[in-house]
Structure formats: C-alpha cells, structure tokens
Design a binder for this molecule. Sequence first.
Ligand code: TRH
Length: 386
Amino acid sequence: MQHWDIFCKVIDNYGDAGVCWRLVSQLAQRYPLKIRLWIDDLACLAKLAPEVSLEHAMQALSPHLEVHHWDASFTPTYPGDIVIEAFACDLPPCYLLAMAHRKIAPVWINLEYLSAEDWVNHCHGLASPHPELPLTKYFFFPGYTTGGLLRETDLRERQQNWYQQHTSLNNTSSSNWFSPTTPIVSDAIKISLFSYDNPALPSLLTAWSKSPAPIHCLIPTGQALDQACFFFGIAPLSPKHTHHHGTLYLTALPFVAQTHYDALLWDCDLNFVRGEDSFVRAQLAGQPMVWHIYPQQEKAHLNKLTAFLQHYTQAMPPALQQAVKQLHFCWNQGQDCTEIWAIYWDLWQKSMPLALRQHAHQWANQLYAQTDLTSQLYNFAQEKCT
Ligand code: TRH
C-alpha cells in the first residue's frame, strides 16, 4: 500500500488546516493509501474536524488515516513514498535527510496556494532539484487552468439532497442556524459573512440596515462578528442570538465543523468568504459571492484578486461585471462600500434579478467540469513514481 506523508504548518486562521484536512480526507476515501497528516496545531484542526482529539499526539482516525502532532520533538521516521509539503512549510531537517537516504527517493511535492494568475500555468508541475541532497521537489498549483480545486465526489449530490429536503419542508432551512427565539424574517435576503477585520464593514452594515428589503446577515463567531458588535455598540452576540437594527437582522453563528459549513453557503443568497478554502466552497455552492482575499505584503494579493475577477466576471453582462469588480475592490481595500453596494443591489435585485445567480450557477458548472485537485494530485504523484 502506498504511503503518503502530508505536512501542514498553521500560519494563522483556519485555511492551512482546512485545505490539508480536505485533501487527506479525500485521499483516504478514494484511494488505497496509508496517510499520515503531520500538523503543528491540533487545536485548529479540531475546530474544523471535531473527531480530532487534543489529547493524543498520534491518532488513527481510520485504518488509512493517522493524524500526528508535529512539534519540536519530531523524531526521525521512515518517510512516505509520497511527501506533500503544504504551502512551502519546510520539512523537518531530519525527515529530509531520511528522505535522501531512502533506497527509492520519495516523490516530494509542494502544494501551493490557489491563484488564477497567468504565471502559475508556467510553474505548475515544475521540478526543482535539491542543491545538496539527491531529491527533487515538484511544484503543484491548485487552480482553474492548473491543478484543479478540492471537491468531494459526492458534493453536488449532497447539495441537491439538501435543497430537496429543505424546500420540501417549506423552506425552513434558516431555522437551523437560529435559536427558537430568533425572528425568522421570511422575505429577508440571507447573507453569510466570513471575513477578516475590514474598515469597509461599517459602511455595508449601515447600507443593510437601511435596505429596500430586510437583510438577514449570518456571521460566524470571529473577527467580523466582533467588529459588527463593536460597530453597533452591543455586547458580543452569543451564537444563535440576533441583533436587529433597521432592516438588518444580524445573527451570530457558532463555528461549525467543516462538513457543516457548506450548508450555510447553500442556504444564503449571497456569501462573503475569505482566504482560500471558504472561497472555493462558495464558488462550488453556485451562489453569488464576495471574496475577502488574504492580505499579503506589498499588496501582492491585489494582483491575485484582479486575475481571479478577470476570469470570474468574464461571462457577466458589462454592468454587472463592473459592479462585481468594484465591490470586490472597495471591500478588499477597506473603502466605503455605500455607493457600490447600492449599484450592486440594484443590478442584483431589480435590473438583472437573475443574472448574478445564473452566472454563479454556470461558474460552478464550469468548476465541476474540471478534474478536481485530489485526483490531479494523485495522478501527478503516480506519474512521478514511475
Ligand atoms: O481562515 P482563513 O482566513 O484561512 C487562511 C489562513 O489565513 C492562511 O494562513 C492563508 O494562507 C489562507 O487563508 C489563504 O480562510 P479559509 O481558507 O477560508 O479557511 C477557513 C476554513 O474554515 C475553511 O476550511 C472553512 C472552515 N470553516 C468551518 O469549518 N466552519 C465555520 O463555521 C467557518 C466559518 C469556516
């Protein structure tokens, strides 16, 4: 049985663990492999995957999948046949040496961050020989024209089943997220908001509280919720509690397991997402979305954002294309979003009521037509083995 080692260092937030967890779960489900996930922050992983225990430095979650706490006491272990270094996290030096001493050198792959920029097309799959050891590292880029996106094989089916169940119950889906005392505003537009601290947030909250139609904003516990509560001058909302201001209903959500997060995206009319993994899930959900990109030094993230929007908005009618781009730039540069929100709202709800939804649906179809990341990565590794 082929043996895979996947190394993950959590820089901050949840994305590094989120991507690695999805990858190992999918590999373990699809292929006859023995997988070890080495991660330096078990607590972060356990938030996404509650089956992970904080008590055990090594735990077998299934016959094919082990989770190991990667800490300073890392001791040399026999390396896997395939070694994945997530996001250039630098392997432990003793492990690297052990790789070099294996009779057949492992296939060593650096799984990079997702980007729609052109240059990734040239770098995807490139080999880089180690300067001193008899090892070669390959660069694998997730992406729209490169290594694909993480996607479970049954995702679409689960989404369709979810819609069927909830619409057949007369659309009580939202009640899953709220406490029984929360008013269900039946005609409200539902918006999920998962973002970083953002100076633009007050302008959106203000616009939503003076909206032509009620808006129900669902915010997972975290930075955006803290910021929203501070803006309204209220004590931090406990999960499932609601603050009502003008036409805005703001409900705090608990941070749910990764397997449950999709249902929130499916349930909402518009999703504000961030980083990498929630951003991909929102696209696969086939609902309109706004991306808060992870800020990088020297504003490198703005090039990444531009490249994505170029692809994402290409098939939109020009007015919508412009509004979507502008909303993204205002939001990501922390500028006042009042005006652009009014334009976006008008196009979305009045002038072109179906255009955004249809576009989001078509975009998701395009992504589903592409081979997913796990299959591509597995095939890439097998090619390099031979
Ligand atoms: O949390 P993020 O901002 O993560 C990252 C990291 O900051 C990382 O360092 C950076 O490199 C990367 O972004 C680009 O955003 P992301 O990627 O969306 O990860 C969030 C994860 O949390 C994702 O797997 C979805 C999951 N999630 C839940 O499981 N439950 C929840 O309730 C919510 C809101 C999210």
